[in-house]
Design a protein around this ligand. Sequence first.
Ligand code: HEM
Length: 505
Amino acid sequence: MNLTSILCSILLAAAIAWGVKLLNWVWLRPKKLEKLLRQQGLNGNSYRLLLGDMKDLISVTKQEQFKPIQLSDHLPPHILPYFHQSMSNHGENCFVWFGPSPRLMISDPQLMREILARPDVFQKPRPDPIGNTIAGGLLFLEGRKWAKHRKIINPAFHTDKLKSMVPVIGLSCSDMIGKWEALVGSNDSPVEVDVWPFIEDFSGDVISRAAFGSSHEQGRRIFELQKELVKLALELMRFMFIPGWRFVPTKANRRTKAISEEIRSLLKGIIEQREKAMEREEAVDGDLLGTLMESNKEEGHGMSIDDVIEECKLFYFAGSETTSLVLVWTMVMLSKHQEWQARAREEALQVFGERHPSYDGLNRLKIVTMILNEVLRMYPSVPVIARALVETVKLGDMTMPAGVEFMLLIGAMHHDPKIWGDDVSEFKPERFESGVKGQSMFIPFSSGPRVCIGQNFGMIEAKIAVAMMLQRFSFELSPSYLHTPFLIITLQPQHGAPLLLRKLK
Ligand code: HEM
């Protein structure tokens, strides 16, 4: 056999192997999974080659999500239209095809808890366009590396660190309130302000300070770039199930790459400055970056610089938008429900008077806490989380094969009338009069070992901001406000939040 025929044989064998793999991925494996799911009594559409239900999902979502709704409307048909429709057609635990992967819809509290309790087998689906582009780090790691990072990062959220953030958050909030005061001026009549961009800036500022301490100004540029990346993620998600899609040089992919490189080089700059300061034995800020870099000193146990970069990126992604959304929906709800606004203001003034909030005082805000919980029930910042099963396990009374994925519909569970009663679509903070302990049907921060690490940080930030806004302003919905909660990873106010602000005397 000459060299050419040997090469040809190798190429032919490789092509056949690749062809078999492709056939398995695009047809045989999905059909096998479909059969196994149907044997468990589960229903869904029949698998359609390659795209599965993606085309319908995108078109139904587009049709529904752009329509404004009433504040009293039932939310799931609007924010989760395709899943809601599938559940009505095929039963509650139905499956939807994300390309060649079936995803089981889960809105039952017990099943959700079982899944979230076992991150060893219910892992993050791959490929993940967010994990691959916007942020890596803790949120996307698995197994031992995840456990190691979680242990290193935990001290950044200890009570002493959170306490030291209270005055910092107060200052950032004062900046935002100062801007509103300038806009309202000495007007006696209310002035329309779209509060959403100000709130986004505020939480970006808080995260910059928490992550980078004295280098927070440099961190702000990273925040801007990450906001742009989140918008691009929507574009990337359409084709996320095609392996290697992110390497195809589309406009969105090229811009994503350029932004990622800029973020990386900005972060490297901040880290190098900090390394030099550490070499000079200058006092290191007690911020997230300080905590991560201190871990490097422990021989063999620390994080690499790449890991530190990923965790810093994630901090912005996971920590700023989530909290700003709680705030904006709280302002919308309190604008609509003036009686709760008045009760919350009375409490804030009773606890803090005209002063900036203190850590101890925050624990005495009962009404504000009930309001925030009701907002997190109705408008959870992250209404859906996904998991993929890596080995066959029992789930409830079903046997689930490896390869099946899950959509945990927190947003649907939080709006289930069977759980919350027929008044589920009404804003009723009194539901949380006795706190949230033991309520497995209320999980805005997820649950189990991978529960949100920044939960207390987010709640502290939200309480401070709500108290400070109430100390200075009264607010109501502007006639131009359109209620259009819009789900792109997080639940956003699509047309912002134009409110009528009035300065309190
Ligand atoms: C009110 C605001 C917040 C909400 C509603 C929220 C919600 C969530 C949810 C639902 C998850 C689970 C996601 C999943 O497993 O797929 C999560 C994870 C996470 N959150 Fe938050 N979050 C908030 C604030 C924050 C803040 C302020 C930070 C950081 C400063 C943060 C950092 C993280 C991290 C690092 C994870 C990944 C944890 C892990 O996988 O071990 N979050 N968050």
